[in-house]
Design a protein around this ligand. Structure first.
Ligand code: FAD
Length: 307
């Protein structure tokens, strides 16, 4: 069996693999797509100590670093279930079963999309999902924020300090964010709030976003707004469908519950990165959490009667 098996090959999983392998223990990484969300990212300006890089370049660096250690990389493999007996067993879609003394779950998350025409086409060309990442790229420009929950309203407040104008679109007739955030948002001079708006299309000129079309759900009328950026804030979905009904405790939103050491509700099962309850989903945070989970797994291993 493995000493540490990591499920997920994003920044959290890669970092966990390096920290585990450096302890000289048998380490494996199973990933559906090595690199994770970073593969879909263009400009990265907050990977500390690297002023500017691109997702695929960062992933190439991650891969080279992991491969410089004795790590069994199983790419293009999707985990299907986790069971706990004497050992932890991870079953893959391929039918293979991997047995391990400890496991680190690092399957990440995905942004919920609007699902309207133009959204996929203009992703990274004006359609963005992460204000901490991409906000500064829209300095002095006009942007929309889609979604009036906490993340949308927080994003709108954050962006209002950077961009020239923010229009927040909410589908319902109420903003679900905390009252204190809504009050703050409404006090800002360069923010417009459009309620009961159903976004219908991302408009562009072929190379970048130029506007957004929406339908007023009260009147049924269609409108367009000219702008340069659209931040979609309608939820981040953890990749834990495969763990539902299993032994690992999840929150109602599907995040894996972890403590300060990355320990889940199941002994020997750790988790790290965007898939967990740890707040602020960022590359440097996922890497830090991955290394922490690997050190915790090692700590667990050296306490086992036979190791
Ligand atoms: P992920 O990167 O999501 O990796 C998850 C891994 O698990 C992948 O390898 C995936 O294939 C695998 N996986 C999932 N399910 C299974 C399964 N069942 N079986 C096996 N493998 C599975 N952050 C920044 O800090 N700066 C930025 O500029 C930035 N820009 C971003 C831009 C975009 C467009 C996006 C989408 C995100 C951006 N982020 C940015 C956020 C950052 O990418 C994430 O916080 C980070 O990638 C999380 O790392 P992770 O390892 O936890 O998960």
């Amino acid at each position: 069996p493995f000493d540490v098996l990591i499920v997920g090959g994003g920044p959290a999983g890669a970092s966990a693999a390096i920290y585990a392998a450096r302890k000289g223990i048998r380490t494996g990484v199973v990933s559906e797509r090595f690199g994770g969300q970073v593969l879909d990212t263009m400009g990265i300006e907050n990977f500390i100590s690297v002023k500017e890089t691109e997702g695929p370049r960062l992933v190439a660096g991650l891969e080279e670093h992991v491969k410089s250690y004795d790590v069994d990389i199983m790419n293009l493999q999707r985990a299907k279930s986790l069971t706990r007996g004497d050992l932890v067993e991870i079953e893959l879609e391929s039918g293979a079963r991997l047995r391990t003394k400890t496991v680190i779950l690092a399957t990440g998350a995905r942004w919920r999309e609007m699902g309207v025409p133009g959204e996929a086409e203009y992703r990274t060309k004006g359609v963005a999902y992460c204000p901490h990442c991409d906000g500064p790229l829209f300095k002095g420009k006009r942007v929309a924020v889609i979604g009036g929950g906490n993340s949308g309203v927080e994003a709108a407040i954050d962006l209002a300090g950077i961009v020239s104008h923010v229009t927040l679109f909410e589908f319902l007739d109420v903003l679900r964010a905390d009252a204190v955030l809504v009050a703050k948002l409404k006090s800002l001079p360069n923010v417009t709030i459009v309620m009961e708006a159903q976004t219908t299309q991302v408009l562009g000129d072929g190379s970048k976003v130029t506007g957004l079309a929406y339908k007023d759900r009260r009147s049924g009328e269609s409108h367009t707004v000219d702008l340069e950026g659209i931040f979609v804030q309608i939820g981040l979905v953890p990749n834990t469908e495969w763990l539902k009904g299993g032994p690992v405790a999840l929150t109602p939103r599907g995040e894996i519950v972890v403590d300060a050491k990355g320990q889940t509700s199941v002994p020997g099962v750790f988790a790290a990165g965007d898939v967990t309850t740890v707040p602020y989903k960022q590359i440097v945070i996922a890497m830090g959490e991955g290394s922490k989970a690997a050190l915790s797994a090692f700590d667990h291993l050296i306490r086992l009667p036979v190791f």
